[in-house]
Design a protein around this ligand. Structure first.
Ligand code: ADP
Length: 485
C-alpha cells in the first residue's frame, strides 16, 4: 500500500509540538508493516537546507496563484516531498508565527497551497504523468492539511480515499470569508456541508466533512470531542460523523527515547538499574540551581498555557514545596504563566527552578532525572510527555482526560495491589484536586518499594508505535476495502 501523508511539521526537521513527533515517527512504523509513506511538507528554511541534492518531481506554474515545486529527498528514513515555495515558506519567523509572535497574515494561503499540492499529487500522481507514483490513500494532519480532502472533493478527478487525523481540535484554521474566492473552489463549496462556518471559512471543518474517515489521537479524546465541553464548536458535525471517527493513541520513537542508550543523559539506565537515575537527578538539580536532599523532584516539560493547566499548577507550588518537594519547569508560552513560575522560583530559591526555553536535549534529562512529571492538562488529545515519562521511570501525575486517561493507570489501592499502577491521576483540573494528587505522589515516593514498583510497571508499558501503527494499517485497509480495493 502507498500512502501520501501531508503535515505542516515533521520531526526531526521542524517541530512545535506533538504533531511533528507523530508525522515523523508514524511513517517509519508503517514502513515496518509494509506500507510505503511519502510525506508532503512545506519547504521552511530548515527543510530547504537539507534539500541541496533533492530531485525535482514537479513544477507548478500556479498553485492558487503561487509558483511552487515539489522536491524529493530521503532524510533519516523518511521519504519527504518538499513544497518548495519561497514566497510562502522562506520566512525569518517560526512555522506559523512571525518574529513578533503573531500569526502570519497569509497562513490561510500558505496551508491552502500545501493542501492543494497534496490534492493534486493524490489525484494526478506525483509527477502528473499517468505512470508515475500515486498513493492509494491520503493521510492528512490537522487544519494545515485539512483542505486536501476538500480540494479533492470539489475537483473533477476521482477522489482518493482519505483519513484526517485531529491532533488538537482547538486549532481549526478559521479565516474570513473574503479569502474564499482565492481558493478557486466552486461557489457551492461555501456552504454548511462544505467550508462555511458561522459565516467564515474553516479549513478543519471542510476537511472533517470531506475526509472519508476521521481519527484522533486517543479513544478518550474521540469521545470527548463529541461533547460541547471539548468539541470546540465542531461537536455537532463530529457527532453526525461518529460512525467514521476512531481514536488511536500515539506511540513514541523508542530509539530516540531509550534510557539505556540516550546520549543526552548523564547516566544510562534500565528498569534493572534505576539507582543510576540519581546521576541524572544530580545533573538536573545543578542545572536548575536546586538543592539536593531526599525529597522528590517533580518536573514540567510543556508549553506554558491554559490548556496544559499550568495556571493551576502555579497555584499549588507553595504547598508542594512545603512538603519538601522540588519543582523544575522547562517551558515557554504565555508571559503571565512564565512570570508566575519565575515568581515561584524567586519565592523558593533552591526548591523551584525555571528554564524558559524550548530545549529538546534538556527535555530528555528532565525525564531521566526527575522522579515525576506533572501534566494537569484541561484537555489533552494524546500527550507525549507522559509516554516519555513512562519509558524513563519518571512517574506521570496526570489529569484524567484524553490520552492521559488512556495511557496512565492510577496508583489507587486497587491499581497498586494488582501491580498495574503506572502513575497518579486525578479528575477535574482544580488546584484542590491537583494538590491532593501531588500529596499522594509525595506520600508514595516516601515508600521507595512502592515507588520503584510504579516506575518499573510504567517502564513495562508498550509506548512504542508498534501496536498503534498496526491499528492505523488496519484502518487504512478498512477504508480501501470500502472502496472495493
Ligand atoms: P503539545 O503537542 O500539545 O504541545 P504533546 O505532549 O503532545 O503536547 O507534545 C509536546 C512535545 O513537545 C513533546 O515531545 C515534549 O517533550 C515537547 N516539549 C514541550 N515543551 C518543551 C520544551 N520547553 N522543551 C523541549 N521540549 C518540549
Amino acid at each position: 500500500m502507498q500512502v501520501l501523508s501531508v503535515a505542516s511539521e515533521v520531526y526531526p526537521l521542524v517541530k512545535t509540538g506533538g504533531l511533528a513527533d507523530v508525522a515523523g515517527a508514524l511513517p517509519l512504523a508503517l514502513g515496518k508493516q509494509g506500507i510505503a509513506v511519502k510525506t508532503l511538507m512545506p519547504g521552511y528554511p530548515a527543510v530547504m537546507r537539507l534539500a541541496a541534492d533533492a530531485v525535482v518531481r514537479r513544477t507548478f506554474g500556479s498553485l492558487l496563484g503561487v509558483e511552487a515545486r515539489i522536491l524529493e529527498i530521503t532524510h533519516q528514513g523518511l521519504d519527504l516531498l518538499i513544497l518548495d515555495c519561497p514566497e510562502l515558506f522562506d520566512r525569518a519567523g517560526g512555522l506559523y508565527l512571525d518574529t513578533d509572535g503573531k500569526d502570519y497574515s497569509d497562513n490561510w494561503r500558505r496551508f491552502a497551497v500545501l493542501s492543494k499540492a497534496g490534492a493534486l499529487i493524490a489525484q494526478q500522481g506525483l509527477s502528473g504523468d499517468p505512470g508515475g507514483w500515486r498513493p492509494d490513500l491520503v493521510h492528512v494532519h490537522d487544519w494545515q492539511a485539512a483542505m486536501v480532502p476538500a480540494f479533492m472533493r470539489y475537483a473533477d478527478e476521482a477522489e482518493v480515499p482519505s483519513l484526517i487525523t485531529i491532533h488538537n481540535i482547538a486549532f481549526q484554521g478559521v479565516f474570513s470569508a473574503e479569502i474564499f474566492p482565492e481558493l478557486e473552489l466552486p461557489p457551492h463549496a461555501f456552504s454548511i456541508d462544505g467550508l462555511e462556518y458561522y459565516g467564515s471559512v474553516s479549513f478543519l471543518k471542510a476537511g472533517l466533512q470531506a475526509s472519508w474517515e476521521i481519527s484522533t489521537v486517543s479513544p478518550s479524546y474521540a469521545e470527548e470531542i463529541l461533547t460541547p465541553e471539548f468539541g470546540m464548536g465542531l461537536e455537532g458535525l463530529l457527532s453526525h460523523r461518529a460512525a467514521n471517527l476512531t481514536g488511536i493513541v500515539n506511540g513514541i520513537d523508542t530509539d530516540v527515547w531509550n534510557p539505556q542508550t540516550d546520549r543526552l543523559l548523564a547516566a544510562n539506565y534500565s528498569a534493572a538499574s534505576l539507582a543510576s537515575r540519581a546521576e541524572n537527578k544530580q545533573r538536573l538539580l545543578e542545572r536548575f540551581a536546586l538543592s539536593g536532599d531526599d525529597g522528590p523532584l517533580f518536573c514540567v516539560v510543556s508549553r506554558l498555557t491554559w490548556q496544559k493547566g499550568m495556571d493551576v499548577l502555579a497555584e499549588t507550588i507553595d504547598e508542594l514545596v512545603a512538603q519538601g518537594a522540588k519543582l523544575a519547569v522547562l517551558g515557554s508560552g504565555d508571559m503571565a504563566l512564565e512570570n508566575a513560575f519565575h515568581a515561584a522560583a524567586a519565592r523558593h530559591p533552591g526548591s523551584v527552578g525555571v528554564v524558559s526555553a524550548y530545549d529538546e536535549p534538556l527535555s530528555h534529562l528532565m525525564q531521566a532525572g526527575s522522579d515525576a512529571i506533572v501534566i494537569p492538562s484541561r484537555f489533552e488529545p494524546c500527550g507525549l510527555t507522559q509516554l516519555y515519562g513512562l519509558r524513563y521511570g519518571c512517574v506521570p501525575v496526570v489529569a484524567r482526560t484524553g490520552g492521559l486517561n488512556d495511557t496512565v493507570i492510577d496508583a489507587s489501592p486497587a491499581g497498586l495491589s494488582a501491580e498495574a499502577a503506572t502513575g497518579i491521576s486525578f479528575g477535574a483540573v482544580t488546584a484542590e484536586n491537583l494538590s491532593r494528587a501531588l500529596r499522594r505522589a509525595v506520600r508514595l515516593f516516601k515508600d521507595q518499594n512502592i515507588w520503584t514498583g510504579i516506575q518499573k510497571q510504567g517502564m513495562k508499558s508498550d509506548v512504542s508505535w508498534n501496536s498503534s501503527a498496526a491499528l492505523y494499517a488496519g484502518l487504512f485497509s478498512e477504508i480501501l476495502a470500502r472502496k472495493g480495493l
